[in-house]
Design a protein. Structure first.
Lengths: 206, 206
DNA sequence: TAAAAGTACGAACGGTCGTACGATTTCTTT
DNA sequence: AAAGAAATCGTACGACCGTTCGTACTTTTA
């Protein structure tokens, strides 16, 4: 930041780089990122781009962080402001997530999906960062389910982890199938599955 | 094949190569395959290994094909022999699939999961082959569900595609989460979800 | 056993990879 | 406007990439 609040030039460049990196990573993975290609795409010199990160791994970690922030911006933030806590927010979060997938914000679909499948079996800092993002999102959903249970909007006997597992299954599956078969029908299937599952989790005596 | 039915030497080498390729691809993706590395791992010359496939892409396609065959061997074949058609076979297929994931037949988990996430957004022959494998498996499950419906073991009003979508969601999710968090609990969640979902699909008047 | 087919090798190619470093340009602050 | 910091560039490096080619060895066929 400058003294009068503007962004430093380098900081703007960095964002430009990471925006492009997210596009590439969503379609071709974090491993598909290459310094030379990124520099070529943005008409920068390899060394100039490299200087922003210091190593390939730092670039990849920055990309994971950017993916996390983009997900929060696109999916979580709009809901946090609009929906009431509890079941309404849970439903809104899932709808927002599905809508974000449908919008194809990134060319390869949800970038978090792409990179978590890519790094799930490769221990190291990148996998840790991916797992942390993934876990934070699932944790947020878990908290929201708990809130809904506490309010009596979902059955008190609900197995929270099990419910979150099933709900997220549908959406991740829609992410994967939707891109692989280039068909939005899976988004409808996911929405249908989500709503049926939530119906089944309603309090018995309601 | 030789005239007396034995395998040619080259054919054996090819299998050795593809076995190793499957291990690598399951953990690091088809893009993580490199001719030099594969040759080094197996103490072959790069050019000797290369000659078996003629190009990198052919090697990758052969690996996809090998993944498909391994999946059939590990998951489908044992069930086809043992279980009755219909619901029993459906349940056996899902159990067999989950068990295959649990056994960690490949170091990176289900190799089909890894490569379908890797190539879902990259049009070309490889994606087509991956989608075909994926689609064949889901198609087999669909047929099995239909058989169970025809026998009256599942409700006549069952939305077959929707049911298959949900059932496969659970298992694929278990594949991904299980490896990412290195925790078998997700396999239990998937099994629980599968059995609850099938219970819900039973005929109403039974 | 000789010919043919199949298999594997080593060396070399042009390219791209990530990285390093010093020079140079551009911006920010004083 | 001068000084200092920040950002970018050009060049070079060693390593590995996929691929080609000519050669040698092994196995199968006739």
């Amino acid at each position: 930041m400058t003294t009068d609040g503007r962004l430093l030039r380098g900081e703007q460049t960095r964002r430009t780089i990471l925006d492009r990196a997210l596009d590439i990573a969503s379609a071709e993975g974090l491993e598909g990122l290459s310094i030379g290609r990124l520099a070529g795409d943005l008409s920068l010199s390899k060394s100039g781009l490299f200087a922003h990160f210091g190593s390939k791994e730092e670039l990849q970690l920055a990309t994971v962080q950017a993916a996390r922030e983009a997900f929060v911006d696109q999916v979580v933030r709009p809901v946090a402001a609009a929906a009431e806590p509890g079941l309404a927010r849970l439903e809104a979060l899932l709808a927002s997530w599905l809508d974000y997938v449908r919008r194809r914000v990134f060319p390869g679909g949800c970038v978090l999906y792409s990179i978590s499948a890519e790094y799930d079996a490769r221990p190291g800092r990148i996998r840790d960062a991916v797992a942390a993002s993934h876990g934070a999102w699932h944790g947020h959903l878990r908290d929201t389910v708990r809130e809904a249970v506490a309010r009596g909007e979902l059955d008190a006997a609900t197995d929270v982890d099990q419910l979150v597992f099933e709900l997220t299954s549908y959406v991740w599956q829609a992410c994967g199938n939707g891109v692989l078969y280039d068909d939005d029908v899976f988004l409808d299937r996911a929405r249908e599955a989500v709503s049926a599952r939530l119906r089944r989790a309603r309090p018995r005596s309601a």
